[in-house]
Ligand binder design. Structure first.
Ligand code: SF4
Length: 209
């Protein structure tokens, strides 16, 4: 697997926010979101054997491994990585941009999927593989990053037009006013979870945390 970085930290986004995890950030992404905060994963990287990575991750003290990117589903060994680690008793959170098939991954007990629904401000709004929505389990979640009113209206419409059985997270783009977003969610009576990026609140935009 082509790896950008590995580090111990707490999860900063989504329903598992605050939990300690060992992060495996893979290299390469097929998208180019305008507000991407991991552009350093677009090139470079170090090739590591999946067998070694599984051994390394299975011996960490954290219950959770976070497989992130870039786009981790681009790595041909991602499935083997997730399956083997869960069989060894680890839980694996997979953070994906939503443009690639998740079929194999939802069939793995012990995996959890954080899938982006890209909003207009990302410039990648058309990238979503819509059939993924039907595959997500109750415990998985989708995440909208909201930069402005246009993104917010898009998210409302998307939630109205699609049957969503997993969790829904609305996250302000980094640097945007979270109070505005909370007020909008309440005014629209949306039963979603508004979440901030805890790791950035703690560490700012530092890498590897
Ligand atoms: S999918 Fe993620 S890693 Fe890829 S460009 Fe978008 S924000 Fe960056």
């Amino acid at each position: 697997m082509l790896i950008t970085e590995k580090f111990h930290s707490i999860q900063g986004e989504g329903t598992l926010t605050g939990l300690p995890m060992y992060f495996i950030r893979t290299n390469l992404c097929n998208l180019r979101c305008s507000w991407c905060d991991t552009t350093y994963s677009f090139k470079g990287g170090i090739e590591e054997s999946v067998v070694d990575l599984i051994e390394e991750c299975s011996s960490t003290w954290e219950n959770w491994i976070c497989l992130t990117g870039g786009e981790p589903l681009l790595q041909k060994d991602s499935y083997e990585f997730v399956k083997s680690l869960t069989e060894k008793g680890k839980k694996v959170l997979i953070e994906t941009g939503g443009s690639l098939d998740i079929d194999k991954f939802v069939s793995v007990p012990g995996s959890l999927i954080d899938m982006d629904v890209k909003t207009p401000s990302s410039g990648e709004q058309k990238s979503l593989k819509k059939r993924n929505l039907l595959l997500l389990r109750n415990e998985d979640y989708i995440k909208f990053v909201i930069q402005d009113e246009t993104d917010f209206i898009y998210a409302i419409r998307f939630l109205k037009e699609n049957t969503i059985k997993c969790g829904v997270i609305i996250q302000p783009a980094w640097g945007k006013d979270p109070a505005w977003l909370v007020e909008r969610v309440l005014r629209e009576k949306l039963n979603v979870r508004v979440m901030l990026q805890l790791h950035k609140i703690i560490y700012g935009e530092r890498r590897g945390v």
